[in-house]
Design a binder for this molecule. Structure first.
Ligand code: BYC
Length: 316
């Protein structure tokens, strides 16, 4: 057995035994590459995901709503930073990650290319978008790469608060005036299908799933996670007294799950390939904010050099 084969055998033994793979451990090149792809895209989703809700910060209807939303958006920034740090442990720099986001070679969740047209969209995002994210992220707490799994534990705690704040907003609207209830229904209608698309293509179309499942990067498939979300959402919609956006939703006695209508996959591929309503706007905004922050990075660099020179002088 060659030394490479022995390393591979030991790696697979750890994966089978549910031991975490840590940054300094040997790992196959393709495992490292796949992790960099998935974790960085997850981080980009958190960072770009601040924009649709950030759009409503200055127009929140009360001080309480504004404080809660501000705190949630800040949490998303924190999630992005934990995830970028986890990606950096795989030997790629923050600058490279950001360049890939900005030149379009790295994706981010399709959902954030939809506009937030009304205040109710903020409630729908917390409830449905964070709700879909948490279904996925609970399973990612058991991912095989240690830093990613540990980041997920904290992120899940914060996401569960996000889901509650969104659903609480939806309750307030659904129980409000007829106009408020109509806003809630409209937001549900527009965000339900894109939220289902967050789980990715069908398993049969998913390029990375088989490998990622074998290496336990992903612990459940795109379709299984999507089904969990579909199942849990039915009762939540009923409780709000809203109409389900999927006219075909139906309990299936045999499978013990809800069956629903098919997603518009042309729309999904169009959005992930850069042609959604807001793709260009999201990246332009990111580039502008990154350029505006250049002076902070330069100041940090200058401070670091100053400290290094001081240490040199003291040592001499
Ligand atoms: N959107 O082989 P597949 C949040 C891409 S944010 C865009 O199935 P995989 C929040 C996929 O990347 C939380 N692209 O891929 C933040 C791949 O393209 P590449 C976001 C998508 O990786 C702020 C290609 O399609 N959560 O909670 O096995 C405010 C083939 O797909 C999408 C995560 O990121 C999509 N929906 O499975 C509020 C979870 N779906 O890379 C809330 C972590 C697929 O070959 N990520 N693509 O160019 C994952 O679990 C997996 O990466 C996915 C896709 C399930 C998303």
């Amino acid at each position: 057995m060659s030394s490479e084969e022995k390393l591979m055998e030991n790696f697979m033994r750890k994966i089978e035994a549910e031991e975490k793979i840590e940054p300094k451990d040997w790992m196959p090149k393709a495992y490292r590459k796949n992790l960099i792809r998935q974790i960085s895209q997850h981080g980009h989703s958190e960072i770009i995901g601040m924009q649709p809700e950030g759009n409503w910060l200055t127009r929140a209807p009360s001080l309480r709503r504004k404080a809660v939303l501000l705190s949630k958006v800040q949490d998303e920034a924190g999630h992005g930073l934990y995830l970028y740090s986890a990606t950096e442990t795989l030997g790629i720099s923050r600058a490279e990650l950001i360049a890939a986001l900005q030149d379009g070679s790295a994706k981010y969740a399709s959902i954030f290319n939809y506009p937030t047209q009304t205040w109710a969209d903020v409630g729908a995002i917390g409830w449905l978008v964070d709700g879909a994210a948490i279904v996925n992220q609970i399973s990612l707490q058991r991912t095989s790469y240690g830093p990613y799994a540990r980041a997920m534990v904290r992120i899940c705690k914060e996401e569960s608060f996000h889901v509650r704040q969104g659903y609480e907003m939806m309750i307030a609207l659904a129980q409000g005036s007829p106009a408020q209830k109509a806003l809630a229904q409209d937001a549900l209608n527009r965000f339900y299908w894109p939220a289902l698309m967050m789980f990715g293509p069908h398993d049969s179309e998913s390029a990375h799933s088989a490998r990622s499942m074998q290496w336990k990067i992903k612990r459940e498939t795109n379709d299984d996670l999507r089904q969990k979300f579909v199942d849990q959402t039915v009762a939540q919609i009923e409780f709000l007294g809203l109409q389900h956006p999927d006219a075909d939703i139906k309990w299936n006695e045999e499978t013990g799950h809800y069956d629903g209508g098919e997603l518009d996959w042309d729309e999904f591929y169009s959005v992930i390939n850069g042609n959604g309503h807001c793709n260009r706007q999201r990246i332009e905004h990111h580039v502008a904010a990154h350029e505006e922050g250049a002076w902070v990075r330069e100041a940090m660099q200058a401070y670091r050099e100053k400290q290094r020179n001081k240490a040199h002088k003291q040592a001499a």
